[in-house]
Write a protein that binds this ligand. Structure first.
Ligand code: MN3
Length: 211
């Protein structure tokens, strides 16, 4: 499948806000147009604007986004740039992890790899739910490929599997800005809607094969 925004994510700086893969009302009733508008136009845009300000006149200006993230990860002196650059990438990845046509199921080799690592798709989704609900404060839960294994990880704030040499397959943003207008404090309901109604397994399959 074609991945929306990949060319913006792979382009040299200045960074651009990658396009949403669907309209801002496309995920209703699970994510409202209001939530998606704020999340994309305000939050995601702000990370792009701030990252571009921070790289101006630095050696990072010559690098693509993914390289900037890898070069700044774990370095306290570049923490602000890392946070903003990683959030550009994380949000692009999250938008693509959502499918307005509704969640289906993984197929073929990805399903086989999930079964090998978790015993069943059901176990995998239970572990994903636990990670997303348990992440304390802001962050994400991810399905990743790590070597030949499929794993569930949770990350704080802007942390990203991209900086850990893991291949991201699916992400849920559990910062409150992602769900508070629609679910208030009911994060488990948002996570349930993600798994049952929105998870984009076609995108996960494409990432599994390599992009
Ligand atoms: Mn967010």
């Amino acid at each position: 499948m074609e991945i929306k925004g990949l060319s913006q994510i792979r382009a040299a700086s200045p960074f651009e806000l990658p396009p949403l893969p669907y309209s801002k009302a496309a995920l209703e009733p699970y994510i409202s147009e209001k939530t998606l508008s704020f999340h994309y136009e305000k939050h995601h845009q702000k990370y792009v604007t701030t990252a571009n300000e921070l790289i101006k006149g630095t050696p990072f200006e010559k690098m693509g986004l993914e390289q900037v993230i890898k070069e700044t990860a774990g370095k306290p002196e570049f923490e602000k740039l890392f946070n903003n650059a990683a959030q550009i990438w994380n949000h692009w990845f999250y938008w693509n992890s959502l499918d307005p046509r509704g969640a289906k199921k993984p197929q073929g080799e990805l399903m086989q790899a999930i079964n090998n690592s978790f015993g069943s798709f059901h176990n995998c989704m239970n572990e994903f739910t636990d990670a997303a609900v348990a992440q304390f404060g802001s962050g994400y839960a991810w399905l990743v490929k790590d070597g030949s294994a499929i794993k569930i990880i949770k990350t704080s704030n802007a942390q990203t599997p991209l900086a850990k040499n893991q291949t991201a397959l699916l992400a849920i943003d559990v910062w409150e800005h992602a769900y508070y207008l629609d679910y208030q404090n009911r994060r488990p309901d948002y996570v349930k809607a993600f798994i049952e109604n929105m998870a984009n397994w076609e995108f996960a399959q494409t990432c599994f094969e390599g992009i």
